[in-house]
Design a protein. Structure first.
Length: 277
């Protein structure tokens, strides 16, 4: 039950971070938002390192850096696929792949969730597909965009899997490694492409908030994997788009499509099934 609570809370915090990150991208370039928000997250984890139990480990730092690279590559590919494809196809493709990969890995490495938990996992994957659906104008998505979306999902799923490989007892050091690697990689990409990292007017507080929330969600995820199965934790965390939709509805007044409302309902059912198993 502890893992379910931590993972569900993590999904809510991730979704909230994405909401504020989305607001920030309306005022600043995407790479600026990514780098500056991750710097804010790095500052948070630097403060938490001495406060939370755990010892330094080169192995933990290495797994963390590997997960950070996977996550950064996934993010770049995700934005690329959005730029060249239809969002209603790209978003659910990425989301389901990122959710399914840790489940497959967990089952392949010997995890055996109970029957109702497996039903909850299946319902969660359906939920992720539904809540990620966006209006489409009927345009076709190229095979390249779909491939990029699949690879982006694999990058995000790889982040969850690799972070879970860090040895126990190493506290937040894996997250420090992940953030250092991802910042370095994205900043290098911005340098090579000559993109500015200067935030837009008034955007810095929102960017910092998004980064702090994202890191807080990472901490919750790491704690959840210490208390439960990766195959269950990762799929619960993948429900984060539901909280983003709810915030968009009640804060920005955006209308939810019936398919997305159905997805939110499925998400709640999935959490209930996994918690009851």
């Amino acid at each position: 039950m502890t893992a379910v609570i931590l993972a569900t809370t993590c999904a809510v915090v991730y979704g909230t971070a994405d909401f504020f990150g989305g607001l920030a991208t309306r005022r600043s370039r995407v790479l600026a938002v990514v780098v500056l928000s991750q710097l804010a997250g790095l500052a948070l984890i630097a403060m938490l390192l001495p406060a939370l139990p755990g010892h330094f480990s080169a192995e933990a730092l290495g797994w963390g850096m590997a997960s950070g690279v996977a996550g950064a590559v996934g993010l770049v590919l995700f934005y690329r696929s959005l730029a060249t494809g239809v969002m209603s196809v790209v978003a659910p493709t990425t989301a389901v792949t990122s959710a399914a990969l840790p489940v497959v890995f967990g089952l392949a490495t010997g995890e055996r969730p109970e029957f109702w938990a497996l039903v909850g996992i299946a319902l969660a994957l359906v939920s992720v597909t539904l809540v990620s659906r966006s209006p489409s104008d009927g345009a076709r998505t190229s095979a390249g965009a779909v491939t990029a979306a699949l690879c982006a999902g694999a990058g995000f799923g790889g982040f969850f899997i690799l972070l879970d490989q860090a040895p126990e007892g190493t506290g937040m050091w894996p997250l420090a490694g992940a953030r250092i690697a991802s910042i370095a990689l994205v900043a290098l990409g911005a340098l090579v492409t000559r993109r500015t990292l200067r935030p837009g007017p008034g955007a810095l507080p929102v960017i910092a908030l998004a980064g702090v929330l994202d890191m807080a969600a990472n901490v919750l995820y790491l704690l959840a994997t210490r208390h439960g199965l990766l195959s269950l934790v990762a799929v619960l965390v993948s429900l984060y788009p539901a909280s983003t939709l709810v915030l968009a509805r009640y804060v920005l007044g955006e209308r939810l499509r019936p398919v997305q409302v159905t997805g939110v309902a499925c998400a709640l059912g999935a959490v209930a099934l996994i918690a009851a198993a």
